[in-house]
Ligand binder design. Structure first.
Ligand code: SF4
Length: 145
């Protein structure tokens, strides 16, 4: 008899989740002391271009190197990302992957975390278009890369 795999339980978001960015800037502010928006070299070049400044200047003025793993992250000022100007992202079209995949981060997709932390503090949850399970999982996978 052929061996069959045990059925895998569908995740709680199997019917998708409605979400749209409301531009509130909430996810651009420190959350429980976390103020790290990582930027890879390709993203850094794109943001510098968007700001109209040389890459070297962008690195010097806006990026901080995390010494443990040599990754670069955006400077935060008074608990807000330095790209947030007048409550809006000033580089929205070029925002880093970490921002593009919010709120579909691996650690957010646990039902308890979603219900207790993410949904109550993210005004765009429950609005806008329906993100399918496949799209959500693609975002989670992208964020993990
Ligand atoms: S880069 Fe833009 S979207 Fe990302 S945290 Fe900073 S201000 Fe917000």
């Amino acid at each position: 008899m052929a061996k069959t795999s045990p059925p895998t339980k569908a995740p709680w978001y199997r019917d998708g989740i409605r979400f749209e960015c409301t531009g509130c800037g909430g996810c651009c502010r420190a959350r429980n002391g976390y103020e790290y928006v990582y930027v890879d070299p390709t993203e850094a070049r794109a943001i510098a271009r968007r700001l109209g400044i040389p890459l070297r200047q962008f690195v010097d003025e806006y990026l901080i190197e995390q010494h443990e793993d040599a990754q670069m992250h955006l400077r935060f000022d008074d608990g807000a990302c330095s790209m947030l100007k007048d409550g809006k992202c000033s580089v929205y079209e070029e925002r880093p992957k970490q921002c593009r995949t919010w709120p579909f981060w691996p650690e957010n997709m646990r039902k308890k975390v979603w219900d207790s932390e993410i949904a109550p503090s993210t005004p765009g949850v429950g609005r806008g278009r329906l993100w399918t399970k496949a799209e959500i999982e693609a975002m989670v996978a992208e964020d993990e890369r």
